[in-house]
Structures are given as C-alpha cells and as structure tokens.
Design a protein around this ligand. Sequence first.
Ligand code: FAD
Length: 421
Amino acid sequence: SSTVVWFRRDLRVDDHPALLAAAERAKNGLALYVLDPRLLSVAGQPRVRFMFRCLRALDAKLGGRLMVVSGDPVDVVPEVARSVGASTVHVSADAGPYGRERDAAVERKVELVRAGSPYAVTPGRVVKPDGTPYRVFTPFSKVWREHGWRKPADTDESTVDWLEPAESEELPDVEPLADFYPEWEKFRDERLPDYDRDRNRPDLDRTSRMSAYLRWGVVHPRTLLAELGDDEGARAYRNELAWRDFYADVLWHHPESARQNLDRKFDAMELDHDRERFEAWCAGKTGYPFVDAGMRQLLAEGWMHNRVRMVVASFLVKDLHLPWWWGARHFMKHLVDGDLASNQHGWQWAAGTGTDAAPYFRVFNPVTQGEKFDPDGEYVRRYVPELRDVKGRAVHKPHDPIVDHAHEREVALARYAAIKS
Ligand code: FAD
C-alpha cells in the first residue's frame, strides 16, 4: 500500500507528525510539492529563490525523491494520489484562509489526513474560559504557555519508504540552504542571553534570523522552544514565538482580517492614494534615512529587522496616509519570511487597526527612532550608499524628504480624531 505526503509549509523531515501518520498508514509514500501559480505569481525574486533553496534541501534529504509539479493543487494532488494508488494524502494543517479553502476543495476528491501544524499550539486551541478567542496578546500568551505543546515527534528521512516519482520538474540551480541548526546554536549560546536588550538594534544584527526557516517549516517552533531555559533572554524569545502563534490564531478566527481592518471602526478613516509617494517608499527614497535603509534592505535581502519594519510601516500609514494593505502587499512580495498572519497583523499593529495594544495616536518619529536604535548610523550607511560619507548619527538627518514628519503627524492625528468622534 502507498500514500502521499504533500509538503507545504513543513519542508523538513525531522520532528514531522504528518510523516509519522503516513508511516502508520502505509508502507510506501510519495513525497509531493506543488508549485501553485496562484501563490508564485505574487512572489518576488528573493522569496521564490528561498523557497527553491528549501525545496532542494528537502529533496536532498529525501534521496532525490521529491516530486515537484506545477498546477492547481486541487487538480494535481488527487491525480498524483490516484497515479500511485494512494487513498490518503498526509499533510500538516494549514491555518491560513487560502490554504483552508484549498484543502477543503482537495478533500472533496481525496482523503486528507492532517497531523500537526506550523505552530506550537494549533490556531483555535487557546480560548478564553467562555470559549471565545483572545484579541489581546498578553492574556493569550499566558494561556498559550499554560496550554503547552507536544513533544517533538521522532521522525527523519527514513520514517517513510519513499517512492521514485514517475516525473518531476527540475528545480532551478540555487545556492544551497545552510542548515538552520548551527545558526540557531550560535544564536542560543552567544546572543540569547542579551536578546532582550539587543533585539531592537538593527545595526548589531542580534536576532535569531529563524523567521524564514520557520515560515517554510524547515524548523518547527517547538524544536526551538524545547531548547529555551528560563532566563530573561529565553523568556523574551519565547514571547516572540508566542506573537507568531497569536497572529496565526487571530487570522484563524478572523480570516477576513488578511484584507480588511480587524477593527472595522477604522474603515471610516480618510486615506490618501498617492502612487508616487508609495513608489518612493517602496524604492527606499523617502529622504528619511532610517526608513530608506529598511526598504532597501528588504529589496536587497528579502528580510528586514523588526524594529525597522515597525518604523517603515508606521511611516507608510501615518506619514504617507496610505492604506496599510498596500505596504503589506509589498512586504509579502519580497520577504523570504513573508507570512500572511504575522505580516498582515504586524501591519495592522502599526496602523492601530488590529489587536488592542497599539493605539493609533502612537506615531513613530523616523528620525529619533533611527538615532535611538542605530545610534552610530552604521545600519543606515550599510544600506544607503549615498550617505556613506556622513559620519556618526548625523546620518539620520532627513535629506530632501518627500513629506514633513511634524506636519503629517498632525494630519494623522486629526484624521484619527475625526473617526473617534
Ligand atoms: P527574532 O527576533 O529572532 O524572533 C524569533 C521569532 O519569533 C521570529 O523568527 C518570528 O517567527 C517570531 N517573531 C518575532 N517577532 C514577531 C512578531 N512581531 N510577530 C510575529 N512573530 C514574531 N514576521 C514573519 O515571520 N513574517 C512576516 O511576514 C512578518 N511581517 C511583519 C510585518 C511588520 C509590519 C512587522 C512590524 C513585523 C513583521 N514580522 C513578520 C515580525 C518580525 O519582524 C519578524 O518575525 C522578525 O523580524 C524576524 O527576524 P528574526 O527571526 O531574526 O526574529
């Protein structure tokens, strides 16, 4: 007998509950990945390349037996299952709106067996005593910790006997993906102790850089959680992983919040739609050096430091008065860790339209944020070559700014007051 393991956001073989479930069901398994044009068409270069790097690494672990097929999974997956005589398809559950709909459609044609999810606690599990979902992070995180997570599943590449695929698309020749573990170990041993203090400093590069591995499921969060102690750094890190679960939970309960304000009161907010200003922001040419450095880091590397994500997002919403979803779309296109839940709700946090904690009237000042978190200007000089000769923190001074922050701040606050009244 045989089965199919359909990989999606779980591109690994270690600690993989769906592999375990597949092995229990059948002797042989076909490993499948579907290149879905609907997802690929909106993705930028760094993002697609990173995905291919993950796929190549997975294929190598599977002894070259990963079957890669382009097409609509709703057609492809049942067809592939039929071709190997499999009556079941094993997956890790997808909690996002598109994935849930897609899986429901696949399920009408072939039996889908879900085991595990990309989160420590499966979205929907952490609820208030009255059974309703949390909308505020702190109480969620407390119950999340108390709920706990399953022990790592004991799986590796030999858990299932992999079938040779009849045909498979060739994966492009991309640079090999570095194993996450040495990177994690280095972070855990050298940076985690001071993580709470240093994580806001983009010039120092002191965060774990696990986000893209987590996004593609190269590592599961419980693998990282299992290695955390109880000192300040570990607690702060656990809290960040809780944010990831929290946003997935919010999206699970409110799938529509991927596209619209979680707090519908903000639908009445007056917005601008200036394409030229938007293009300047995307290109990292706003004249605010800290903002420009972040936007250029995104284009160059497909990643941006969290503090800078918050500042550039605030700038788009509160200095340019543009819809947050314009910025969110640009991020999703370029971020190698682009994740609908974390991204859309990170944006709604910045816009003040999402979960409770971020009042709209908190407007980041892009200059003082730079001076505070990039005190010597190292970060700006790294990404904005035309400012390389400016010494020290003077580099944060706006040059030819497209808007005046003090003025736009007043405009943002007035518009906020208008919807509040
Ligand atoms: P670390 O500081 O080492 O954190 C460890 C892990 O915790 C991260 O890998 C991530 O999985 C999780 N995490 C940390 N901060 C957050 C957070 N605020 N929300 C959710 N999870 C968090 N993160 C994404 O993974 N994908 C996104 O698309 C994304 N979009 C964002 C958009 C905006 C506007 C903002 C403000 C934040 C966004 N984040 C997103 C959260 C955060 O910026 C990144 O997770 C972080 O910068 C990744 O770097 P790291 O792995 O070195 O983080």
